[in-house]
Design a binder for this molecule. Structure first.
Ligand code: F6R
Length: 261
């Protein structure tokens, strides 16, 4: 696992946005795994800026969201389908229908989850999966004690996650759904490159447990230690509980240019 400590979320976004642009420029048919929440927003701003500058195109790319709420009205502005349309899909040249989300409105959620994993496989798998991390170590919405081999499935959010996400729902936890469809940890681990981002001191414990703790279903993000190509990009406050931060800085400052993101 590579750990990159950056000065600010903007610096991290530039690094990751540059890596995604390089990927698309070398393979325009790349398949991107797209996270929601607040963490990836600076990356989406960076990608929209690069698109406006003519540096990158998404015209042949495809995307898959990590997760979707269950039970929101179809036109709710905080559904992850709506969030992705607003924050990235509608700002660049992704063709209509090129970015899918799990069908949180399906009458048969189990079938929708099976279909989602099948659609990812049919697309050739995900080349680069963006991830945020919850304060409890969730990735996607795989809450603690999730199976490290899990497929896409329905999950029940912890009350901590519902409290954390109430800020997107008028600070009213009663509006935050209890259920989600989420790519499983097994699904996430099949992506060819995992890029986990974390900003701010409230993620410091989760970041330390992800990188330096034991691999355990109690910290779903620790599953990144099982992946052959995982990059963790954190700002200084999110890095503050890491014990080997001097080593991570040393590695990054000696990184050969040809390695890319
Ligand atoms: C979002 C997702 C979640 C978030 C996590 C952090 O698609 O799957 O794992 O990445 O809850 O949320 P933020 O970024 O809002 O702190």
């Amino acid at each position: 696992m590579e750990v990159v400590i950056v000065d600010s979320p903007q610096a991290g976004a530039e690094l990751v946005g540059g890596g995604i642009a390089a990927l698309l420029n070398s393979n325009p048919y790349s398949v991107l795994g797209l996270a929601t929440g607040s963490t990836p927003l600076p990356v989406y701003d960076d990608l929209a800026r690069r698109y406006d500058a003519g540096e990158v195109s998404f015209a042949r790319a495809r995307g898959f969201a990590l997760d979707e709420y269950v039970g929101l009205p179809a036109d709710h502005p905080e559904s992850y389908r709506a969030v992705l349309d607003r924050e990235i899909v509608g700002r660049v040249d992704f063709p209509t229908g090129a970015v899918q989300t799990p069908d949180g409105w399906s009458a048969d959620p189990a079938a929708a989850c099976l279909a989602y994993d099948a659609a990812i496989a049919a697309a050739g798998g995900i080349d680069l999966q963006l991830l945020g991390v919850g304060t409890d170590g969730h990735i996607g919405f795989n809450e603690p004690t999730s199976s490290l081999a899990s497929p896409t499935r329905i999950k029940t959010l912890t009350e901590q996650t519902r409290e954390d996400n109430a800020r997107f729902f008028d600070d009213d936890i009663s509006q935050v759904p209890h259920h989600v469809l989420t790519q499983g940890i097994g699904t996430i681990l099949r992506a060819r490159h995992l890029v986990l981002l974390a900003w701010g001191g409230n993620k410091a414990q989760a970041v330390a447990a992800t990188v330096e703790g034991p691999v355990t279903g109690m910290v779903p993000s620790s599953a990144l230690q099982l992946h052959p190509h995982a990059t963790v990009v954190v700002d200084e406050p999110a890095a503050e509980a890491l014990t080997l931060s001097d080593y991570y800085r040393h590695v990054f400052s000696n990184k050969p240019d040809w390695q890319g993101l």
